[in-house]
Ligand binder design. Sequence first.
Ligand code: ZN
Length: 137
Amino acid sequence: MKLSNQEGQRLVAAMLAMRPDWIPNQPGKLLREANDAGGLPFAQDFGHVLRALAAYATEVRPDGRHAKRTPNLFPADGKHWTSTATDPAVLPRGPACEDHAEEAAANCRCCQADVKVGQRPATHIGKHYQPESETTA
Ligand SMILES: [Zn+2]
């Protein structure tokens, strides 16, 4: 989902309220860039964004220190999105794989398996790929 200007400002304020140490990381710039690139791909709605932020920003390691040192990976896929979704079954997953419609193109497990066994170049995860050996059949 794309953030409105008001949502973006509120999100930055919430981020810095939870993590004042992120001021040098310029989370406003980070979110603006994510929004320009299509928004937050794993967010269901603004409530989900806020829950995911709380999970991401306040996660602590066993030693009590913050697990996330920067806000940089907040827009990316992670358990902060999956664990805070109201219904994980309807989580936005981005476009489908061109060869495996049941998988998301960004991290298609079928394509990754093909890459591991040498049947698909790593550049074609989520993209249609026809091996040369099959084009003449
Ligand atoms: Zn695939």
